[in-house]
Design a protein. Sequence first.
Length: 119
Amino acid sequence: MSEMKLGAVESRFADIIWNNEPLTSGELVKLAEKELTWKRTTTYTILKRLCDRGIFKNEHGTVSSLISRDEFYALQSEKFVDETFDGSLPAFLAAFSKRKKLSDKEVDELRRVIDSMKG
């Protein structure tokens, strides 16, 4: 997979695919026209770009994902923590909570996630 990153408009386009897959390229053109006011050529250009990145595929006119939305955003999160905090999740959480305090509900959710990850 090459560059696994989406700009704001690409992200909206990717959501159209993830929310409707599998779909024909013709259906995708109609949805992109309706939701993004794109022309057919723009839809195919961006679709090709995202296929080249290994996020989606367009086989025999059917568009589907090679990576789920959840998996894509998990990879983005991992990359951000790796690049910005040398892979340290505690350092990320410490930085995050300096400006935004966590609610009791958020702390409980984080505890559940951490507990589920323990060996």
